[in-house]
Ligand binder design. Structure first.
Ligand SMILES: Nc1ncnc2c1ncn2[C@@H]1O[C@H](COP(=O)(O)OP(=O)(O)O)[C@@H](O)[C@H]1O
Ligand SMILES: [Mg+2]
Length: 359
């Protein structure tokens, strides 16, 4: 790892760094807290090394974040509500170190929490509100000015093609033992283009999407537990709002963990689905069209089935993409996602009724 003191020296901090320590438990980037001191006053900053393997183009990613945060700052007077990027001494918002790693710095927020798992329904609702509000505030952002930081990220039909190729190549000879799982994804083939078709039919606009809508990417005020700001803007890209909603449901409204082996524990919690719908749409505050709202269940199913398909693709390819901690980890994850989709199929009319209630 590069000399972090030297990295910090490139940024326009208030004073000089007195301590640097690792922060948070994000899985993708390396994150540090930097304390800088000037005339006895300490200011804290957040320093992050962007993971090159996930995001090949750091400067484009930072440019997206710069555009988004500059735009958001015009929509609020609260400095806590939006990330503030700290410039470098040569007037950029990133620094590339000797190993080609891209670094960026932002303000550090105190008295907030980022929840890995929520304990109370209100916290889940606040996370939903945060992402809905983010959607609303960016509804008039010129979306075509954003870079696609990961190409075809939620192109499910293309993900299906990749999956079929992995089945055909079967490099490790694993396909024969997972025929039921493979057949499940093939049986759902007609579903994969529905969001793109809705877009072509003028029912689903391209919007600014966050693409990592886990609860730990909304900062809640430590005392009031109200949403303060949305963080982790690395995957902000053009996309469908229903996918942001959907990924949060996939992850947060499942009654079991993503890698639970006892599939009888896996189901869609309709109470959580409703709470999230309520919070998200309150945050959107009329910013989504009626057609779009009615497609929220499709977003939930699409994100779940796409994710399951990606886990199985990775299993067939030898577990090269997702971090695994035991052999068959990706297969267990595949099975929970399939079970969750099956449960969504069973609860489909109820899911539709719930979103209709909040139009
Ligand atoms: N501005 C900030 N102030 C305080 N802590 C932060 C800030 N931004 C991020 N963090 C902490 O760092 C963690 C990882 O940051 P995040 O941007 O979400 O990176 P990752 O992509 O690795 O998840 C967060 O979960 C949070 O605990
Ligand atoms: Mg994060």
């Amino acid at each position: 790892m590069a000399d972090i003191n030297k990295i910090v020296a490139n940024f326009c901090t208030e004073g000089t760094a007195t301590s640097i320590s690792p922060c948070g438990n994000g899985l993708v980037n390396h994150t540090f807290v930097v304390n800088a001191k000037k005339d006895g006053k300490v200011t804290r900053y957040l320093l992050q090394a962007i993971n090159k393997n996930v995001f090949p183009n750091g400067p484009e990613l930072v440019e997206n974040i710069y555009k988004i945060t500059t735009f958001l700052k015009n929509k609020t007077d609260d400095p806590r509500a939006v990330i503030t990027l700290i410039p470098t001494k040569d007037g950029k918002y990133y620094h590339i170190d000797g190993e080609g790693v891209c670094w960026r710095m932002s303000d550090f927020l105190d008295d907030v929490v980022c929840l890995e798992r929520f304990e109370h329904l209100e916290e889940f609702e606040q996370c939903a509100f945060g992402f809905g509000n983010f959607q609303r505030q960016l509804s008039d952002f010129p979306v075509d000015t954003l870079f696609e930081t990961i190409e075809n990220f939620h192109n499910t039909p293309l993900r299906f093609e990749t999956f079929l190729k992995a089945v055909k190549d079967d490099v490790l000879g694993r396909a024969a033992d997972v025929r039921n799982e493979i057949d499940f994804f093939i049986s759902e083939k007609a579903f994969y283009p529905v969001l793109f078709d809705a877009n072509k039919a003028g029912k689903l606009p391209i919007r600014v999407t966050h693409n990592d809508t886990k609860t730990n990417n909304v900062m809640l005020d430590a005392k009031t537990k109200k949403a303060v700001r949305v963080i982790d803007l690395d995957t902000v890209m053009p996309g469908f709002s229903v996918n942001d909603f959907g990924d949060a449901i996939r992850f947060g409204a499942n009654t079991a963990a993503e890698d639970e082996r006892d599939l009888s524990k896996v189901s869609l919690d309709l109470k959580l689905f409703e709470v999230y719908t309520k919070g998200f749409l309150k945050g959107c505050a009329g910013g989504l069209t009626v057609d779009e709202i009615m497609l929220l269940p499709e977003g939930a199913k699409m994100m779940t089935i796409e994710c399951g398909m990606r886990f199985l693709t990775d299993y067939l390819q030898g577990d090269v993409y997702f971090k695994t901690t035991y052999p068959g980890h990706n297969l267990d994850r595949t099975r929970t996602q399939i079970e969750l989709v099956r449960d969504m199929n069973r609860k489909w009319p109820v899911m539709k009724d719930i979103v209709k209630k909040y139009i």
